[in-house]
Design a protein around this ligand. Structure first.
Ligand code: CA
Ligand code: CA
Length: 200
C-alpha cells in the first residue's frame, strides 16, 4: 500500500491526482496529493513530445525539453551541476524483454520522468521471468541481482530496471524533489494503481 505512511482518515488515496489540491495530503508520506498542488504545472508542447522522448538523456541539452512536463531532458541541461541522487534505488518490473546491450528505450524513462516531474536514470537492468513477483524478493536479493553479471534466468520475458532518481532540477522547482527513491516508487505505484498504466 503506497499510502502506508499516510493517516487513513485523510482519505488521500481517493484524492490522489484528482486535479484538485488537498493540502492535508501534501506530505511526502501521503504522496504529495499526486502533485495536484503544483501551481501552473504547465504541459509539454505536443509538437515537442516525440522530439523530447527521442533526445532524453543523450548528453546533449535540448532547451525545448528542459522543463518538468517535458522530462527535464533527462538532466542533460544540468551537466555542469553534480548529480544529486535520491537515496536508494528505484526498482521497476517491466514487461520489456531484457536487452544485454542495455536499454536504448529513452521513451520509457522519459515517461517515468514526466510522471515524477523529475528525471530518472538507468543504473542497471536484469532479466526476470514475467511470472515472478517483484515483491517476493527481499532487498538483499535485489541488491545481488543488481551486481550480478550472469543472470540466473536464461530466458526472460520481462526485466527489472534499477533506476536512480535525479534531484538536480530541484534547484529550480523545489516541489518535485524525491529525497528517497522509496517515495518515488510509492508515487509510481499509486499512479499505476489508480490509472491503467500507459507504459509497459
Ligand atoms: Ca487531490
Ligand atoms: Ca537531450
Amino acid at each position: 500500500n503506497p499510502w502506508g505512511q499516510c493517516p487513513v482518515n485523510r482519505n488521500c488515496r481517493d484524492k490522489f491526482g484528482d486535479g484538485s489540491c488537498d493540502r492535508e495530503c501534501m506530505a511526502p508520506g501521503c504522496l504529495r496529493d499526486g502533485l495536484d498542488c503544483l501551481k501552473d504545472r504547465g504541459h509539454c508542447n505536443p509538437g515537442h513530445i516525440q522530439y523530447c522522448r527521442d533526445h532524453y538523456g543523450n548528453s546533449h541539452c535540448e532547451q525545448g525539453c528542459d522543463s518538468a512536463p517535458c522530462g527535464w531532458d533527462g538532466s542533460d541541461c544540468f551537466a555542469n551541476q553534480a548529480p544529486q541522487w535520491a537515496k536508494g534505488t528505484l526498482v521497476l518490473h517491466t514487461k520489456l524483454p531484457h536487452q544485454r546491450s542495455g536499454f536504448s528505450n529513452s521513451s520509457l524513462f522519459w515517461a517515468l520522468s514526466v510522471l515524477l516531474q523529475t528525471p530518472v536514470k538507468l543504473r542497471a537492468s536484469a532479466p526476470m521471468s514475467a511470472n515472478r513477483n517483484l515483491f517476493d524478493f527481499d532487498p538483499s536479493q535485489l541488491a545481488s541481482m543488481l551486481t550480478q553479471s550472469s543472470p540466473a534466468d536464461s530466458v526472460s520475458y520481462s526485466s527489472l530496471l534499477f533506476l536512480q532518481v535525479d534531484n538536480r532540477p530541484c534547484s529550480r522547482l523545489q516541489t518535485t524533489c524525491f529525497p528517497y527513491a522509496t517515495e518515488a516508487a510509492s508515487f509510481l505505484r499509486a499512479t499505476t494503481m489508480l490509472r491503467p498504466p500507459s507504459f509497459p
